[in-house]
Design a protein around this ligand. Structure first.
Ligand SMILES: [Zn+2]
Ligand SMILES: [Zn+2]
Length: 368
């Protein structure tokens, strides 16, 4: 993969901070990680993924390429939720960057989750087994070792997590709702019981603990939807966000589509009331579930002016080949396997007048 350094490097100051707002969305085919740069403030990492070639978090690798001091200006690291595809390598970030705060969903702040994390820490996750809880354990353990101790900060509905000294930038969490926080412990209790029986953690399918975010800048609002889903209950998921009248005002002109474009995260009212009629959107893949599907793209066409995707493996059509050709290709692939990772990067750079540019590396694509 190629990191988009040349597009951003001219805008990094001598102290390693950017001179304008910039947002990078990374996606390797399963999962996502987002890096936000705020002028005169520093960097915020939202979720994490590792470069399979170097085994390092892509956000750290990218910051190191941009400037030798960039990493020292990491303000906050935030885990939107504990699923594998959003958290790989986050404990490395916490260990390497002493300056960073740590934010997690308030739904994880209960004894049941801590017990689950402790139980999971005792085994090495094998193939097909969820490692997200173990990564959370490693994060909490790394924070515990710090002197002075770093307080874990909890994200929940309509909570301002960060405000810049100039007052122009604000990062606010929109979820989890009170109802999601109150019921999360019972979900973890049943996962503990399952873990004791099978030594496997199968995450809840609902993503209702997920932290959706609202970033306010001088000229634009940006909605980062995490994996938050839309369910029947009005007290949780996107319906709770819509009915919360204390959430930030205004409409977003840029959207990170929730839950990899899945239908189960769609809410018409979010598009009607929280997103401007001319928005630009970004989606990351979850290729093993074939997300986003063709029908998701068709649905999104009705709501947003343009859509960019970090990588495109799920949409590649299978080419019919002769059996022998197929066999040779398979053998060749084995020998050159992982010669290069395929992590897509979408980089949005906003200038101080409100103009913006969207830059893509070789794996990311504009869908429409
Ligand atoms: Zn996900
Ligand atoms: Zn998830």
């Amino acid at each position: 993969m190629t990191y988009l350094t040349e597009d951003l490097a001219p805008h990094i100051c001598h102290d390693g901070k950017p001179d304008r707002v910039c947002i990078s969305i990374f996606g390797p085919g399963i999962g996502e990680s987002i890096l936000v740069g705020l002028p005169d403030e520093g960097w915020i990492i939202i979720d994490s993924l590792k470069n399979p070639d170097t085994k390092r978090p892509v956000t750290l690798e990218y910051l190191e390429l941009l400037h030798k001091k960039a990493k020292d200006n990491l303000i906050s690291t935030l885990a939107t939720h504990w699923h594998d595809d959003h958290i790989r390598g986050m404990s490395d970030i916490i260990r390497e960057c002493e300056s960073t705060d740590f934010f997690m969903s308030a739904a994880l702040n209960n004894d049941e989750f801590k017990t689950l994390a402790y139980l999971t820490s005792e085994f090495t996750p094998s193939k097909g087994m969820t490692s997200g809880v173990k990564e959370m354990f490693d994060i909490l353990a790394a924070l515990k070792k710090r002197i002075p101790k770093t307080k874990i900060k909890l994200a929940s509905n309509s909570k301002c997590l960060f405000r810049s000294s100039c007052g122009l930038f604000e990062l606010t969490s929109l979820s989890p709702s009170d109802a999601s926080i109150l019921t999360a412990n019972s979900e973890f209790s049943s996962l503990i019981a399952a873990q004791k029986q099978t030594r496997k953690i199968v995450p809840s399918s609902k993503n209702l603990d997920s932290v959706a975010l609202w970033l306010k800048t001088k000229h634009h609002n940006i909605l980062l939807g995490a994996d938050l889903e839309n369910v029947a209950s009005p007290n949780t998921g996107w319906k709770a966000v819509i009915s919360d009248n204390t959430k930030p005002l205004g409409k977003a002109s840029f959207v990170k589509i929730p839950h990899h474009g899945s239908q189960n995260a769609h809410n018409d009212d979010v598009w009607k009331h929280m997103v401007s009629s001319k928005s630009h959107s970004f989606v990351t893949e979850y290729s093993s579930s074939k997300l986003p599907r063709e029908r998701d793209i068709e649905r999104l066409k009705k709501h947003t002016s343009s859509l960019y995707q970090t990588s495109l493996s799920s949409q590649k059509k299978k080419v019919k080949r002769d059996k022998n050709v197929e066999k040779t290709i398979k053998q060749l692939n084995k020998t050159v396997k992982s010669a290069e990772s395929k992590i897509g990067q979408i980089l949005v750079i906003f200038d101080n007048e409100g103009d913006w540019s969207i830059n893509l590396n070789e794996h990311a694509k504009q869908i429409f």
